[in-house]
Design a protein around this ligand. Sequence first.
Ligand code: AMP
Ligand code: MG
Length: 352
Amino acid sequence: MSVICKALRKHKQHGKAMAALLLCVLLLLPCGCGGVQKYSVTFIDVFDTVTTFTAYAGSRGEFDALAERLHEQLLEDHRRFDVYREYPGMNNLCTLNHLAGSGEVQVDRVTMDLLAFSAALYGESGGRLNVALGAVLALWHQAREAAAEDPAGARAPEESLLREAAQHCRIQDLALDEEACTVRFLDPELKLDVGAVAKGFAQSRAMALLDGAGCTAWLLNMGGSVCCRGRKPDGTPWTIGLEDPLDKSGPMRSFPLTDASAVTSGVDQRYFLADGVRYHHIIDPETLYPGTRYTQVTVVLPDPALGDALSTALFLLDTEAGRALAEKYASEVLWMLPDGSQVKTDGFPALK
Ligand code: AMP
Ligand code: MG
């Protein structure tokens, strides 16, 4: 086993300086299957989560070269879709939030594609998935940050502030010129938040890169959102672990996955507690409060971009509407309910 640590950039996010360390851990596991070996690398500087890329390759050099290309692309997408920080030489989501309220802003094709995709999913989800909900989500973000600083004083945002912010969340005010690649906010107070879709969109692009490179057996795990190709050399599928969102120390369930993605949205991510209530990060645009129907939703389908968008949308839809949406996109879904019961579509992989 060899361990390579590179690192380091100062990374300012959410108003706080934090050191971001890029940690690359290369694991060589002898396998003796058709001359390929299993290699793995972990990045902790993209999409605010831990990303692990595992692949079977003919040599470490081959794997390293591929992992480097993958890492570069993920970093580029991370910067493109960052709503908190701008970077030299690009107009990213943060630039849009600063400038698009006062005039057209030029973006690149990838950013335009993400926004057009997100706007389309707004309609498909009956308005539940709304990337223009940024003004409301910012209030929840501030409440979460304040709760982290002072857990005893934690509280939900004032309802009157939420209602006021909700006046500036109309997706119709996001004006996209897809040909010219320009964006303009018709409401100067509109703010974008692409947290529900950006990671899956980047994962989908990563999938295209890896396919284009001819890599046939790999798994990319971005903080629990997973996509994979092929099988392990012994013919077995990849295994995906699923934590109980309310009991992280409990037994993990798992299911097999081949040539697909599995994306999860849950109450265990980005939450704070106030007066015994768990305020998590998936906000129902109708109530302006965290969705209460489920504790976790997992979507299995070929494309992780769609998986990410659907997992958030399905978290907020009732199961009847959710089933119709899942069927439309040939996806399989597992809904975990607050009482511990579960609902699944017929084709969801068997859980162990
Ligand atoms: P996910 O983990 O993919 O379900 O995405 C959750 C993230 O999406 C949150 O942290 C917010 O940044 C954002 N978000 C929360 N609620 C919504 C919503 N109703 N529509 C769009 N984005 C949302
Ligand atoms: Mg999502």
